[in-house]
Design a protein around this ligand. Structure first.
Ligand SMILES: [Zn+2]
Length: 247
């Protein structure tokens, strides 16, 4: 048995037995870890608000050999999403980040680049503007988990798509030129592709001043969500909530 201390982001909690909670953490030290917080529902003193989803914490937990679940000993809040007002839009955006991390990260595999991405996007998600941080997160996460195809050439003929119209399809792995697009493809604007290229060159803070209505890069987000859903072979609950929410 060893006690581990790590920065972590709380992804989800589920009730487990009477007063216990099953907690999924994205730890900096070990990646995604699932553990049991004993008496968490009773003992407000030990965990307080530290187990709210998307809270950035310092976690202390025990890992036992041959046991899948860790034992969560304590959590100290480093930054809480509840420190600023949680509108419905912001709640859905935070849940979206949590859902993607939970679905896409493997168990017990540290990934510092994704941890830093998640933290920087959490910081960008403190205001009422959600579409820029959500777009930035979806784009970078898709790339960091290795699912992002080349955005500058047609996957069928290899032709450069710079300056050309480009299309994507739920069942295809990249972008296609007008000649090679499939039936029922969607178009991704050249503006959105330029924006993606810019997002790969700059931190999320650089984009906070840009006005960003929902329509901006919505084609890019749709393309990314299709890629992610194809890989995890299920629908992302929060993708539908973002789509339908009137914000
Ligand atoms: Zn082509």
């Amino acid at each position: 048995m060893s006690l581990i201390e790590s920065e972590a982001i709380v992804l989800r909690t589920y009730p487990l037995r009477e007063a216990d909670l099953l907690v999924t953490l994205f730890t900096r030290a070990e990646g995604k870890v699932r553990g049991v917080a004993r008496s968490a529902k009773k003992s407000k003193r030990r965990f307080g608000g530290a187990l709210e989803p998307m809270t950035y914490v310092r976690a202390f937990y025990d890992v036992r050999e041959r046991q899948e679940l860790a034992r969560l000993d304590a959590c100290e809040v480093l930054e809480s999403p509840l420190a600023t007002e949680v509108s419905y839009a912001r709640a859905v955006a935070l849940a979206h980040v949590a859902e993607l991390l939970d679905e896409l990260l493997p168990d017990r595999e540290a990934n510092d680049a994704i941890f830093r991405l998640a933290l920087s996007v959490l910081h960008a998600l403190t205001g009422s503007e959600i579409w820029m941080p959500v777009t930035y997160f979806d784009l970078w996460l898709t790339r960091l988990v290795g699912f992002l195809p080349e955005l500058t050439e047609c996957i069928v003929c290899g032709r450069s798509l710079n300056g050309s119209r480009a299309y994507f399809h739920a069942l295809a792995d990249g972008l296609m030129c007008p000649e090679d697009k499939r039936l029922a493809s969607s178009e991704i604007s050249s503006e959105s592709r330029v924006l993606a290229a810019k997002m790969f060159r700059a931190p999320v803070e650089n984009f906070v001043e840009i006005p960003w209505p929902k329509s901006r890069a919505s084609d890019l987000r749709k393309f990314l969500i299709q890629i992610l859903q194809r890989h995890i072979e299920k629908k992302l609950i929060t993708a539908g909530m973002l789509e339908k929410g009137g914000f």
